[in-house]
Design a protein around this ligand. Structure first.
Ligand SMILES: *[C@@H]1O[C@H](CO)[C@@H](O)[C@H](O)[C@H]1NC(C)=O
Ligand SMILES: *[C@@H]1O[C@H](CO)[C@@H](O)[C@H](O)[C@H]1NC(C)=O
Ligand SMILES: *[C@@H]1O[C@H](CO)[C@@H](O)[C@H](O)[C@H]1NC(C)=O
Ligand SMILES: *[C@@H]1O[C@H](CO)[C@@H](O)[C@H](O)[C@H]1NC(C)=O
Ligand SMILES: *[C@@H]1O[C@H](CO)[C@@H](O)[C@H](O)[C@H]1NC(C)=O
Ligand SMILES: *[C@@H]1O[C@H](CO)[C@@H](O)[C@H](O)[C@H]1NC(C)=O
Ligand SMILES: *[C@@H]1O[C@H](CO)[C@@H](O)[C@H](O)[C@H]1NC(C)=O
Ligand SMILES: *[C@@H]1O[C@H](CO)[C@@H](O)[C@H](O)[C@H]1NC(C)=O
Ligand SMILES: *[C@@H]1O[C@H](CO)[C@@H](O)[C@H](O)[C@H]1NC(C)=O
Length: 779
């Protein structure tokens, strides 16, 4: 046991003129050091009281030495008072000590804050007249001594010094009798209640802060010299000096405080306590047997006022950290007043979760913090955003791609258009007064629309040159659209010019070329639509065969010849057909002939360079001379036309491959028959019935000339047309009935004479023909 005695004996005498000198002397003997130390790991005795009156006394405090951690935390509960009084400063070792019985009352203890609140009497002096103090309460416990305390420190932060009453120079002195802090309170008679109402700021009451590390204080008050009038008017009878908790001062001296009192009273003083046998947590944790933060879920905090440390339960736990299992999880959900939750509260170890109800989101710890869930959640937003982004980029790419494709297509079209001579054609059309003869240039789209995108059911026919579709234009006009196959580059160059010339042809027996489309690689041709199909089909069509009157045949032949003749003569150089055959002669609903497919024809070449290197035409119709010379002439068309007339009269195909070998060519068959004088047998039975011998001879003669091996010996197309027309009129004429009549023959021949061409058909000529020699006529 160590006794540290501190003697303080100081006589303070102040000059007499300073009235009311308070002299105080005190001998303070403090017992420091420390006596009993409870075994650190020992369990608390079961009978330790946990409260005194209504003040709870938690470990490490204890009532009685057995129950406290050590001497510093030992308290006394005196049940002689009602309510019982909790005091510290245990009984001094010698009951004769002047401090005996001067224990401090405790009003409360707090583990969490590390604070204890002691009740200390306020120092009072009254009725000071002429420097003589009539009464004070100095014999009460008005000073506070924590000297050598192992537990308590005066809180400088939470206490203030107060001087009350006026005039009053109040102050504190330390254990050595020296001034610590103080303030002056004065009286103001006139505006007593007006100035500084409700605050302890100098009129009737003043306050000041306390410096740190004060472990002893003793309050004193002092008056002023009488001559100082402002200090001595309307004085109070009593003046006080004390240290008190800041909060208490605030509440007590707010509103209309009573500065003019004369009673004794105790004020709360805040003391900071800690376990101070080590300097701080770090040091304390080195000796775990002595370490006081025993509970799991407890933490150590350094003392902020003086050396030492305290313990506290970890966040989310409550209880006594100085005891084993002292800290318990806070069931926050049972204390929603302290732990607000306006949603679904779930307790977890060391905390709690406060969620919004299902379908809601937000901050459930706030009123109305939960909002109904946005269906459009973040994830959904992200997904939607990404989707939209991806979609947009794909769309943009696709759009760009389409744009490029379209540009490419347009460029391709333009290239073809230029390649196919579209520009030249346009120029020519402009020169001739724009779209002369209704000729126009069609776009691909127009033709696609007209043919239902070249549907298979629109096909009118297929040939060596391409496919012909039936189309209906926007103005409900029915047309035939010919889509050619690849043609020679050289041909394409001349194409536009030819197209233009052909478009100028306007003959009732020529299928009209309405326009063309140049935007494709091989130009497409648009013709007038002729309803009754080809002559080929008409003649050789399926069973049952329709009867064809001789007049009809002659008319078709004459009209076709007229058309070819017109083509040969209308333009310079002449327009040659090049592929005259029954399949290229179309019939309209009145069986009028219309020659078609000049598209494959060539303008007669004017120099050798332009001679076609590729023989065109159809077997059975081909001019043998053309085969040899490769030069297409108007006489080539005459030869082919001869075959057509022959086919028309015999109703036999130009080549019939199923017959005996020598009979396969209609031309050779016919010439053989003529040689043998049996050509009548070759004719269609109906023709034979209607035709007289004279006419037969005449036709045979004309045909033999047309089919002559030598082109020069063939008549012109004009002549052929005229003779056919004549024969037709002769056939229609009643005179024709007198077959074999010389006069009528003469008249017929006379008509021929008008044309200044009279031919006598002779037997030997036919023989010549057989021998492959030229077929000659005498005129
Ligand atoms: C204790 O009791 C006294 C009077 O009985 C009362 O004024 C005081 O507020 C109580 N203290 C606590 C902490 O309950
Ligand atoms: C309680 O207080 C009374 C009166 O002050 C005193 O006589 C008595 O000794 C005290 N009891 C204890 C246990 O201190
Ligand atoms: C001192 O003042 C108090 C209150 O003003 C009064 O009750 C008391 O009688 C006075 N005593 C003396 C000795 O003047
Ligand atoms: C203090 O002294 C007065 C008279 O001087 C006396 O009445 C009072 O009981 C004393 N108080 C204490 C606590 O000793
Ligand atoms: C506090 O005061 C004590 C003496 O009372 C002294 O030993 C100590 O160094 C002081 N501490 C500080 C921080 O001033
Ligand atoms: C203080 O109170 C006393 C009696 O209670 C009274 O006589 C005196 O005038 C008061 N003084 C002031 C300044 O109010
Ligand atoms: C203040 O003092 C003056 C004279 O000194 C007196 O007339 C007046 O009544 C006093 N006021 C109070 C409130 O005591
Ligand atoms: C730890 O503390 C105990 C009790 O206070 C003491 O007996 C012991 O010597 C200390 N050990 C160390 C290493 O300081
Ligand atoms: C306590 O103070 C010591 C020394 O200043 C320091 O090392 C330690 O980290 C502090 N501990 C805590 C919990 O603040």
């Amino acid at each position: 046991m160590t006794h540290i005695s501190k003697q303080r004996a100081e006589q303070r005498g102040k000059s007499s003129e300073m009235g009311g000198v308070v002299a105080s002397s005190a001998l303070v003997v403090l017992l420091l050091g420390v006596a009993l130390v409870a075994p650190a790991s020992a369990q608390l005795p079961a009978d330790c009281p946990d409260r005194c009156g209504n003040i709870s006394v938690p470990y490490p405090f204890g009532i009685g030495a057995r129950c406290a951690r050590d001497f510093g935390f030992e308290l006394v509960c005196n049940h002689s008072y009602n309510p019982p009084r909790l005091t510290f400063f245990p009984p001094l070792p010698t009951p004769t000590s002047i401090l005996a019985g001067r224990r401090l009352n405790l009003a409360s203890l707090s583990l969490a804050d590390g604070e204890a609140i002691a009740l200390v009497s306020a120092y009072r002096e009254c009725n000071t007249t002429a420097g003589v103090v009539i009464s004070n309460n100095r014999n009460q416990t008005i000073y506070l001594s924590l000297l050598g305390s192992t537990t308590y420190r005066l809180s400088a932060a939470r206490n203030r010094f107060v001087a009350l009453g006026c005039p009053n120079l109040g102050y504190l002195s330390d254990d050595m009798g020296y001034y610590v802090t103080g303030c002056t309170s004065v009286c103001r008679p006139s505006q007593w209640n007006v100035v500084s109402p409700g605050a302890c700021t100098g009129v009737g009451c003043c306050q000041s802060r306390i410096p740190p590390n004060v472990s002893y204080y003793e309050p004193s008050v002092q008056g002023f010299d009488k001559e100082t009038r402002i200090f001595n008017e309307n004085t109070t009878a009593c003046r006080y000096a004390f240290v008190a908790e800041d909060k208490w001062i605030e509440t007590t001296y707010s509103g209309r405080p009573d500065f003019n009192r004369s009673d004794d009273f105790a004020v709360p003083v805040v003391l900071d306590w800690a376990i101070r046998n080590v300097a701080n947590c770090a040091v304390a944790q080195r000796n775990m047997t002595d370490y006081m933060c025993r509970s799991a879920y407890s933490d150590c905090v350094n003392s902020t006022n003086g050396a030492g440390y305290r313990c506290k339960c970890s966040q989310g736990y409550e209880g006594n950290p100085y005891l084993h299992d002292g800290c318990n999880d806070i069931i926050e959900c049972d204390h929603l007043d302290k732990y607000p939750c306006y949603g679904v509260c779930t307790n977890v170890q060391g905390g709690y979760r406060c969620d919004c109800p299902p379908g809601f989101s937000g901050d459930a710890t706030k009123i109305n913090g939960c909002r109904p869930n946005d269906k459009f959640t973040l994830a959904l937003k992200v997904v939607t955003g990404v989707s939209v982004g991806v979609f947009l980029s794909v769309f943009m790419c696709f759009w760009l791609y389409l744009g490029l494709q379209k540009r490419k297509l347009i460029r391709t079209k333009q290239r073809f258009f230029e390649q196919n001579g579209g520009v030249i054609l346009q120029q020519q059309m402009r020169h001739s007064g724009g779209g002369a003869g209704g000729f126009r240039i069609f776009s691909t789209e127009e033709l696609e629309k007209a043919t239902n995108n070249f549907a298979a059911d629109r096909v009118l026919g297929r040939g060596g040159h391409g496919v012909v579709y039936k189309g209906v234009l926007d103005d409900n006009m029915t047309v035939a659209i010919k889509k050619s196959k690849m043609t020679e580059e050289a041909q394409i160059k001349e194409f536009a010019r030819e197209m233009f010339i052909l478009s100028q042809i306007n003959h009732r027996n020529v299928v009209k070329l309405l326009g063309c489309c140049l935007e494709v690689q091989v130009p497409m041709l648009v013709y007038e639509f002729v309803s009754n199909g080809t002559l080929y089909h008409y003649i050789h069509g399926k069973e049952p065969r329709v009867d064809i009157a001789l007049d009809t045949r002659l008319r078709i032949a004459a009209e076709s010849a007229e058309a070819l003749s017109y083509m040969h003569s209308s333009a310079s150089p002449p327009i040659l057909h090049g592929d005259v055959k029954t399949a290229n002669i179309l019939l309209d609903d009145k069986l009028n002939a219309k020659v078609s497919d000049f598209g494959a024809s060539k303008l007669a070449p004017n120099d050798e360079a332009e001679i076609a290197t590729l023989v065109q035409g159809t077997c059975g119709y081909l001019d043998p001379e053309y085969l040899m010379t490769c030069q297409l002439t108007d006489k080539s068309d005459v030869y082919s036309f001869g075959v057509v007339v022959l086919e028309l009269l015999t109703r036999k195909k130009a080549l019939y491959l199923d017959g005996p070998e020598e009979d396969r060519s209609l031309v050779s068959c016919f010439t053989t028959a003529v040689k043998a004088g049996r050509h009548q047998e070759l004719l269609d039975s109906q023709v034979r019935d209607e035709m007289n011998n004279e006419m037969l001879t005449e036709i045979a003669h004309l045909l033999m000339r047309c089919l002559s091996m030598n082109g020069e010996e063939r008549p012109t197309m004009k002549e052929v047309a005229e003779r056919l027309e004549m024969l037709r009129r002769y056939q229609q004429h009643p005179l024709a009935e007198a077959a074999g009549n010389a006069e009528e023959n003469q008249s017929l021949l006379g008509m021929e004479q008008l044309n200044s061409n009279y031919y006598q058909f002779r037997q030997h000529d036919v023989l010549d023909l057989e021998e492959g020699s030229t077929y000659t006529f005498s005129s």
